[in-house]
Design a protein around this ligand. Structure first.
Ligand code: AMP
Ligand code: MG
Length: 507
């Protein structure tokens, strides 16, 4: 029996609006906060002393309509650290609930995130800007190390073509933040069309606030899934919504599995209704291919191990479906909508794997080839990114005398046999080795991913106020399939010390 929530959202007196100054951004619109006090609560500024820029994203700033010289604005630096309210905007935190590690956790909410409103149709959210009505026992802060990881990874994912929340900037302050040790504070400015999570729906459903549940579902449909209103059987737009979210989630997880991305904390409150990668915590790109890898040191049961991500996503969709039941009414259509995940996910994965193997579209015989190579990679924990990249180069000639791929394996015979099968499939499809196949693969299989140790290099330098590694990594990861020969070492095997990096939920 799940503990039922009290049907309340904290109602706090409105804090006096914080100081605001003309910072060159805007005009701001309200965005999600326009839904009213059942959904969001105002948050007053909790200033961080002497903020400084850590990382900035000019391309995203331009998309948001910020002035070219946005980063020279002291006022904007204050706004994006949460020290003042934006002119015409406000800081609000939203309420949501969720299942954490498979257990109903009750009310959570934005405990350290607050929205400033929308710019150019994108919700702009600060993470780490101080306590909110949903902070529970937390301090509302984020540390420099996790903020750098989120900043770099959001944009790295975007550049890989993987749906993700974006990151405009990171600002830092020398104010102490206590985790396992004394660290310093930072704020990431995140950007997305919406930060609504599965947990938002769970919140209003489990607390019996069904009118608000409907308002939320209608908001999501009208803004992001308008086709659900006109879908076949459109008297049930909420079923169509569930199916559409299942489809986006299937696409997302297929992307993750195809690049070796492990999210680390796939709780329902970290699942985006838009199918975006959301809430970067203890995530990791696999170095050696190890399907049962657990990237989160707090995940002692391995619930969120890499290979479990598709099943966990389905489980989370089931929670979303359950939350929508007061609107959907009958079980059958809801289950049918959820079932679509079971063919959407393999279909999406097949499309991703086809591209990785050099085919424009899934090949009817690619499945055996895919399964056998993943088995080989797993047997020897071969570096996932390096394998696909070397294979992409190898594909230009498909020459057995070129041993760059086979060299990655101890069982060279098995690797060579697989390469022959790979070549045979291409020959049979009329796409024998050649520049076109290789070029397609090189555009799909990145040379650079944000390996843990690369993030660590940027973090160590940034702790000494040297942001150059971060900036260089940002540049390389924004075009991860390009060669960037001057940064070849970042495309190499993870050094031994990478194994000692422990990433937990502490952030
Ligand atoms: P996460 O594991 O980061 O997805 O966070 C789970 C929940 O804990 C969310 O409601 C967060 O807002 C909240 N939370 C995490 N860290 C903090 C913190 N330092 N202060 C307040 N709330 C936090
Ligand atoms: Mg979260």
């Amino acid at each position: 029996m799940r503990p039922m929530l009290q049907a309340t959202t904290p109602t706090l007196p409105n804090p006096a609006p914080g100081p605001s100054a003309h910072d060159g951004a805007g005009p701001w619109t309200q965005g999600f906060a326009a839904l009213g006090p059942d959904f969001t609560s105002p948050v007053g500024p909790s200033p961080l002393p002497a903020p400084y820029w850590v990382g900035r994203n000019d391309a995203l700033a331009a998309q948001l309509g910020l002035p070219l010289d946005w980063s020279s604005s002291g006022a904007l630096l204050e706004t994006l650290t949460g020290n003042q309210w934006p002119e015409g905007g406000q800081q609000t935190a939203s309420v949501y609930s969720g299942h954490q590690f498979g257990v109903w956790a009750g009310q959570l909410g934005d405990g350290r995130a607050c929205s400033l409103g929308e710019l150019a149709g994108q919700e702009v959210q600060l993470k780490g800007a101080g306590p909110t009505p949903y902070s529970r026992r937390g301090d509302g802060r984020a540390v420099l190390r996790s903020s750098i990881r989120e900043f770099l990874c959001s944009e790295a994912m975007h550049a890989l073509g993987i749906p993700s929340t974006r990151a405009l900037c990171v600002t830092g302050s020398d104010a102490p933040v206590w985790r396992e040790e004394r660290e310093t504070a930072a704020v990431v400015t995140r950007v997305a069309p919406s930060f609504v999570r599965f947990g938002h729906f769970e919140h209003f459903s489990h607390s019996g606030q069904h009118a608000q549940l409907r308002t939320l579902a209608d908001y999501v449909i009208d803004h992001f899934y308008p086709a659900c209103r006109t879908a076949e059987g459109a008297d049930q737009p909420y079923v169509a919504l569930l199916e559409a979210i299942a489809g986006r989630t299937a696409e997302l997880v297929a992307h993750w599995q195809s690049v070796g991305f492990c999210h680390g904390v796939l709780n329902t409150d970290n699942m985006s209704i838009l199918g975006l990668t959301l809430d970067y915590g203890p995530f990791q790109f696999l170095d050696g291919y190890q399907p049962d890898h657990i990237c989160n040191h707090s995940d002692t049961q391995g619930r969120y191990a890499f290979y479990k991500q598709p099943n966990v996503a389905y489980w989370n969709l089931f929670c979303l479906g359950q939350a929508l039941m007061p609107l959907i009414g009958e079980q059958e259509p809801a289950i049918a909508a959820l079932e679509t995940f079971k063919y959407r996910y393999p279909k999406a994965l097949a499309a991703r794997m086809a591209n990785k193997l050099g085919f424009a579209d899934p090949h009817e015989n690619q499945r055996t080839l895919t399964e056998s190579v993943l088995k080989l990679l797993a047997q020897e924990q071969v570096d996932f990114t390096i394998f696909w990249r070397r294979l992409s180069h190898w594909a230009a000639q498909m020459d057995t005398a070129d041993t760059a791929v086979a060299d990655l394996f101890l069982d060279r015979e098995a690797a060579t046999t697989w390469l022959a099968d790979f070549r045979a499939l291409h020959s049979a499809s009329g796409t024998p080795g050649g520049a076109a196949v290789s070029t397609r693969m090189l555009r799909t299989n990145p040379k650079y991913v944000l390996r843990n140790h690369l993030g660590e290099l940027a973090i160590r330098a940034a702790k000494n106020k040297d942001f150059s590694v971060l900036h260089q990594l940002q540049t390389v990861l924004s075009d991860p399939c390009a060669e960037h020969p001057e940064h070849d070492s970042w495309a190499g095997f993870a050094p031994d010390w990478a194994a000692s990096i422990e990433i937990s939920c502490s952030s």
